[in-house]
Design a protein around this ligand. Structure first.
Ligand SMILES: Cc1ncc(COP(=O)(O)O)c(C=O)c1O
Length: 407
């Protein structure tokens, strides 16, 4: 593919989403291709954080739970997020981490049936498998971890819950949510979807897909900041049937009655456990402003165009990398991954030159395509820098082999 720098500039000039990048703080000299791991800082987060800290906390003190409506932040931010996943406002809350939400939903769902097997995919994000193994231990279930190609066939008469990540963290392969959910339902199995690499990246229609339960991260494509609280979705028809195994006071029907007995709150609120992290919720709430005025369909169409440019340039200029992301637009998410034996060192050399992607062991380099703030020229430049690093073998410098605690 001969996509030139001039064509990249022209594509940016014609891009109706071009001005959305002004909503973000993007450091000079950096091409940020890691928004699938930690989104950049939206510009209105800091002023909002300052107001929450300096007015609501400093002056309002404990009164702000009521006066600034801190107490309803999990539901309010959940309702804000709901349109991005095709859910009703009262079907989503923002609370805890993705891992903890997975635990709560898996236990709650598994307790609805006598079936003895939890099913998931080998190579799923490890927290999902670790949490599922903990749930299996606690409930005396068997965890069946099937290769991706066999997952659907393994849904059987004893499958209690199916846990899948919609867009794979490494390869970006995407499951067909509606088809698999329906297939699982026919077998009497409930599905829990991990949307960490889907939300804010691809159009999602959980209600239309008949999805029962889902979780997802706040700090990736949603740009909620490091360790942002996660979200949890429960389809309306299940909300009164499920009980959280973490019976915290914030999930109680009357937290401020201070009673010894536990009575679950109505609806999804019972899936809260402890005190909501207000600063994290406030950051995510203002980060979601960046999605105002654009549909996920529009973002996805730019993501697809960026993918085609990226893959074409890589084939032409860096053929030694093997693309492990499917080409079909229905089969993938919004990041693109390549395998290379020296992926770690190459990723470090790229970062040293201002192109930030990330490495996933043992041999994958990932690049997030985030249409809200990324342009075609940046993609052209990123591949150009990579091609030069490869041609000059700059990645062989021993300093690029040094691994930090976070890779
Ligand atoms: C698929 C998936 N699930 C969950 C997580 C992280 O979960 P937590 O919010 O508990 O750290 C990640 C993080 O990268 C992920 O990729």
């Amino acid at each position: 593919m001969s996509f030139t720098l001039a064509e990249a500039k022209a594509a940016d000039a014609a891009d109706p989403l071009r001005n959305f990048r002004d909503r973000f703080h993007l450091p000079e000299g950096v091409i940020y291709l890691d928004g699938n791991s930690l989104g950049p800082l939206p510009k209105n987060v800091a002023p909002h954080q300052r107001a929450v800290v300096e007015q609501e906390w400093a002056d309002g003190l404990i009164r702000s739970w009521n006066t600034a409506d801190w107490i309803n932040a999990p539901q309010r931010v959940g309702a804000r997020l709901a349109p991005l996943i095709g859910a009703k406002p009262h079907e989503v809350i923002v609370t805890d981490s993705t891992s903890v939400n997975l635990f709560k939903l898996l236990v709650a769902a598994a307790r609805l049936s006598d079936r003895k097997t939890l099913l998931s995919e080998s190579g799923n994000f490890h927290t999902d498998l670790h949490i599922a193994s903990g749930v299996a231990d606690v409930l005396g279930l068997t965890l069946d971890i099937a290769p991706r190609a066999e997952v659907e066939a393994r849904i059987g008469a004893d499958t209690n819950v199916l846990l899948l990540t919609h867009v794979h963290y490494k390869t970006a392969e995407r499951f067909d949510m509606a088809r698999i959910t329906a297939r699982a339902k026919r077998a009497g199995t409930m599905t829990v979807w991990d949307l960490s690499h889907s939300v804010g990246a691809v159009p999602l229609h959980l209600n239309d897909a008949g999805a029962d339960l889902a979780v997802g991260c706040g700090y990736k494509y949603l740009n909620g900041g490091p360790g942002a609280p996660a979200f949890l979705y429960i389809a309306e028809h299940l909300q009164e049937k499920l009980l959280s195994p973490l019976r915290g006071w914030m999930g109680h029907a009357e937290p401020f009655a201070f009673t010894d007995d536990y009575r679950p709150a109505r609806g999804i609120d019972r899936f809260m456990a402890g005190t909501p992290p207000i600063l994290g919720l406030a950051a995510l709430e203002s980060a979601l402003d960046a999605f105002e005025g654009v549909t996920m369909e529009r973002l996805w169409s730019k993501s697809r165009a960026m993918f085609d440019v990226f893959v074409g340039l890589m084939e032409a200029r860096c053929p030694e990398f093997r693309c492990i992301t499917p080409r079909g637009e229905e089969q993938r998410g919004s990041h693109i991954s390549f395998a290379h034996d020296h992926a770690f060192e190459i990723c470090q050399a790229l970062i040293a030159e201002g192109v930030i992607g990330d490495f996933r062991a043992p041999e994958v380099i990932r690049f997030g395509l985030t249409p809200l703030y990324l342009g075609f020229e940046e993609i052209w430049q990123a591949v150009d820098i990579l091609a030069r690093i490869m041609a000059e073998e700059r990645w062989r410098d021993p300093k690029y082999a040094v691994r930090g605690k976070v890779t």
